[in-house]
Ligand binder design. Sequence first.
Ligand SMILES: *[C@@H]1O[C@H](CO)[C@@H](O)[C@H](O)[C@H]1NC(C)=O
Ligand SMILES: *[C@@H]1O[C@H](CO)[C@@H](O)[C@H](O)[C@H]1NC(C)=O
Ligand SMILES: *[C@@H]1O[C@H](CO)[C@@H](O)[C@H](O)[C@H]1NC(C)=O
Ligand SMILES: *[C@@H]1O[C@H](CO)[C@@H](O)[C@H](O)[C@H]1NC(C)=O
Ligand SMILES: *[C@@H]1O[C@H](CO)[C@@H](O)[C@H](O)[C@H]1NC(C)=O
Ligand SMILES: *[C@@H]1O[C@H](CO)[C@@H](O)[C@H](O)[C@H]1NC(C)=O
Ligand SMILES: *[C@@H]1O[C@H](CO)[C@@H](O)[C@H](O)[C@H]1NC(C)=O
Ligand SMILES: *[C@@H]1O[C@H](CO)[C@@H](O)[C@H](O)[C@H]1NC(C)=O
Length: 580
Amino acid sequence: MKLISTYLTLFAATASAIWPLPSSYEHGDQVLWIEQSVKVTYNGAEQSQLKSYGHGGNDGNHTGSASQRIVTNAIQRTRDTIFEKGFVPWKFNPRFSSFEPDSSGDKALVHTIALKQNGSDSEDILKAMTGDVDESYTLTLSEDGEATIIAASSIGLAHGLTTFTQLFYKHTAGGAYTNLAPVTITDAPLFPWRGLNVDTSRTFKPLADMYRTIDALAYSKFNRLHWHITDSQAWPLEIPSMPDLAGKGAYAAFQIYSPEDVRAVQEYGALLGVQVVLEIDQPGHTASIWHSRPELIAAFEQLPNWDTYAAEPPSGTLKLNSSAVDDFLEALFDDLLPRLKPLAAYFHLGGDEVNKNSYNLDDTVRSNESAVLQPLMQAFMDRNMAQVTGAGFVPLVWEEMLLDWNLTLPANTIVQSWQSDANVAAVAAQGHRVLGGNYNYWYLDCGSGQWLDFRPGASSEQFWPYADYCSPRHNWRVMYSYDPLAGVPANATHLVLGGETHIWSEQTDAVNLDRMVWPRACAAAEVLWSGAKDAEGRNRSQIEASPRLSDMRERLVARGVMAEPVQMPFCTMNGTQCAL
Ligand SMILES: *[C@@H]1O[C@H](CO)[C@@H](O)[C@H](O)[C@H]1NC(C)=O
Ligand SMILES: *[C@@H]1O[C@H](CO)[C@@H](O)[C@H](O)[C@H]1NC(C)=O
Ligand SMILES: *[C@@H]1O[C@H](CO)[C@@H](O)[C@H](O)[C@H]1NC(C)=O
Ligand SMILES: *[C@@H]1O[C@H](CO)[C@@H](O)[C@H](O)[C@H]1NC(C)=O
Ligand SMILES: *[C@@H]1O[C@H](CO)[C@@H](O)[C@H](O)[C@H]1NC(C)=O
Ligand SMILES: *[C@@H]1O[C@H](CO)[C@@H](O)[C@H](O)[C@H]1NC(C)=O
Ligand SMILES: *[C@@H]1O[C@H](CO)[C@@H](O)[C@H](O)[C@H]1NC(C)=O
Ligand SMILES: *[C@@H]1O[C@H](CO)[C@@H](O)[C@H](O)[C@H]1NC(C)=O
């Protein structure tokens, strides 16, 4: 038996393909097969074999405790991943080599998977606050086929099972095996907030795409889905007390999320440890409200000079000094927040890219001067904050509310930065908790080119070759080089909760969602789980990460996520030739 630490196996591509990288990982090279009949226990109790698994919501046991449901769901997914969604690692071995273990004769088997939870889940495990869930786990797999996963929480056990599936490969003759036994892993995340922000206003995402995205998030150990559900272009969120809001503001009747849909997405995520954080962006990014309530919106659809009034068309913002707007927001949140509450601890109040000029056209203000607008914005957000915190949520806002508008925010507000490393540091310097996600690194939409059409003539030439504002495309290596802690002084790093990568959706709909997000988002997942630096404090190595990410990509594809290739087989078949 030989024990190999990951550090020494850089070029043995099939040997260590866990993504994100665990805190410590040792393995051997013995083969063990696994069969569907493997005994699975949870704190000693044998778990029934649940083979049904499909989309439209988790098929988990809806009658057990939250902890039991999380574990049952994780076991089901483990079986499904290993036996139905495995992959044959031919791309990671020299061409025409006999890389697979002999499948004839007696097979050494994994006999048991013992799940041991040595702590108790908090009552709020399905809507936990940052820091409340211990996501760590240890995983051992002995040469004689005993697997043990120990964690303080059910979510830790689920993470351990996710890692467990990444030890196995499909065999061309049928069956599944690992060639890594014995295995010893200890693992824990660096950051407690690891998210993807999905925009479903500019283009709608059907529920199946939301579920598949959550599958991939959980498989990469993300724990937040930030759902930017409304914006100026469309309001796809049904609010039962205001049916015309989506009834007129969505793109089409079939592109509306019902309360049951939102609940189903929340629950789907919660059982996988992925909390859904809903954002109603405002006061900007709200022109879609005009379709049902034109009296609430200023500067709607200014043409042709929309760019004087908004970052993108259509212009239009909630009026800033209007009791009718206050009443609307009060009624909106009174309807929405209690429904979100059972599965959400956080609510995002938006606040990005507010355009001051649009208040020149706001009949309740008629000014674009900061001195006039700032107190109104403070009052506007004070009302929001009182309602959201009163309903028991921790609020989030975009960084502009703090850094550009100088608002005083409740002390527990989490501020989401997107513009620069300096802004992450500036938020922390004010004592607020902060999320990173610098658009120069972690905006997945960048580099697709302009979606605006340019009139013939000068402007057209000025914009040639029509690159977008954040071009070029941020490839996984750029994403992998981002550190949410960059530029943050040591005495403030505890305020950086983690970060999010973002898929703004002007040019991303259900057809290209997967390839726009995956596997690049995995690079962010590893930075957030394992850290941007290795144990010696050095930037992580692309050469080490690349074959693992290629392996992860194959696993995502096998799960039905149409992730892009990382490298051609020529590179992954021979670990060193594609390095420069
Ligand atoms: C669901 O969980 C409950 C409580 O743990 C258990 O009694 C029941 O047998 C389970 N049902 C299935 C189908 O596993
Ligand atoms: C739970 O098990 C882990 C892994 O063995 C260990 O590090 C941790 O201290 C244990 N926690 C408790 C409360 O026993
Ligand atoms: C805001 O509205 C109030 C009540 O209509 C009005 O008295 C006040 O002048 C307005 N403030 C500004 C800055 O326009
Ligand atoms: C404020 O509005 C005035 C009047 O429309 C305009 O001339 C000025 O440029 C605006 N200020 C800014 C900073 O956009
Ligand atoms: C916020 O403060 C900065 C620095 O004092 C100032 O330049 C800016 O105009 C202020 N913003 C508003 C909206 O008042
Ligand atoms: C490590 O990464 C950071 C951020 O990308 C970069 O500024 C720095 O130069 C890198 N350090 C080394 C030694 O490559
Ligand atoms: C960190 O230390 C600096 C310099 O002593 C101080 O100004 C700053 O307030 C501290 N920041 C935090 C978040 O404690
Ligand atoms: C890579 O290719 C070289 C030359 O063909 C060969 O000597 C080497 O063993 C290969 N390495 C691996 C890991 O396949």
